[in-house]
Ligand binder design. Structure first.
Ligand code: AMP
Length: 288
């Protein structure tokens, strides 16, 4: 039987009774196949002896726009059924008033990997993400935590926080789970109109074309980015805008001129108010 628990003050003692390895999957709910893949991996990592913990919490301090927070899809009862079916042992469902004291004043800030991509266009976003992840680690004390590669920069930042703060957690990651047509699954996809959802196949297609372009020998970052931008904007609907499109060193997320070692091509775009992200890692052949 899956335990549902909301109280931040009592969760520590309760969770201590769950056997290790305790494997945590942090989410904001509105679960889809991408989340379920993380839960399945968590179940495998925990094995028969260990336990799987999921957190479902729409973290207010990582939203830079109030309207986005308000519109974020919430499907709690269905999420809990999916968690139970996926073999989750413990679902942590804190209330925001309980999770953040009215006068809370400590945030985790990272000063390097967070400077570009989402960090540049969503001020404060990653302070919010790292703070919630650190609090979840402190409250739930997992041995392992599982994250998706769809949120590439987030994953890099969590790994950096674990390294720099010596947190006793192993971070595991999973490749992006996609719809049949290639669109990265996201809770926000539910907010797309039918027309925008069909159009959104272009996002992954453009990134794949850029990857092929690189594999065929193009190394110049400006060229690859320009080509991808043109593909994204070609015949795009009027409500489509690119928030950012950048090709960076995949390790340190710093700018590069040429793709000589693994690099990440990452983008965020808007269909109206709905913001989507995606990325692809470009790995040049060492023999070329
Ligand atoms: P979220 O609920 O959007 O905060 O996501 C919770 C976790 O699920 C994060 O580690 C995400 O990277 C991961 N995730 C979200 N979408 C996908 C996807 N399509 N494939 C794999 N992981 C995902």
């Amino acid at each position: 039987m899956m335990i549902r628990h909301a109280n931040v003050n009592t969760v520590h003692d309760l969770v201590a009774q769950l056997p290790q390895p305790r494997v945590l999957v942090p989410t904001m709910g509105a679960l889809h196949e991408g989340h379920l893949a993380l839960l399945r991996r968590a179940r495998k990592l925990a094995g028969n002896q260990g336990s799987v913990v999921v957190s479902i919490f729409v973290n207010p301090i990582q939203f830079d726009r109030a309207a986005d927070l308000l519109a974020y899809p919430r499907t709690l009862e269905r999420d809990l059924e999916l968690c139970e079916a996926a073999g989750v042992d413990f679902a942590f469902l804190p209330e925001k008033e309980d999770f953040y004291r009215a006068d809370h004043s400590v945030l985790v800030t990272e000063n390097s990997l967070s400077q570009r991509l989402c960090g540049a266009t969503r001020p404060g976003h990653f302070d919010g993400v790292l703070t919630v992840v650190l609090k979840l680690f402190a409250l739930l004390q997992p041995k392992i935590a599982v994250f998706g590669e769809k949120d590439y920069q987030q994953l890099a930042l969590v790994r950096r926080m674990v390294r720099d703060l010596n947190l006793p957690v192993t971070v595991e990651s999973l490749p992006t789970v996609r719809a049949r047509d290639g669109l990265a699954l996201s809770s926000r996809n539910a907010r797309l109109s039918e027309a925008d959802r069909s159009d959104a196949v272009r996002l992954h297609a453009a990134l794949q074309t850029a990857k092929n372009f690189m594999l065929q020998g193009e190394k110049n970052v400006a060229e690859i980015v320009e080509k991808t931008r043109n593909l994204l904007l070609k015949n795009a609907p009027a409500n489509f805008t690119i928030d950012y499109l950048d090709l960076l060193d995949s390790e340190n997320l710093q700018p590069i001129e040429n793709v000589e070692k693994p690099a990440v091509l990452a983008m965020a775009c808007y269909y109206g108010e709905v913001r989507l992200i995606d990325n692809v890692v470009l790995r040049p052949s060492p023999f070329k």
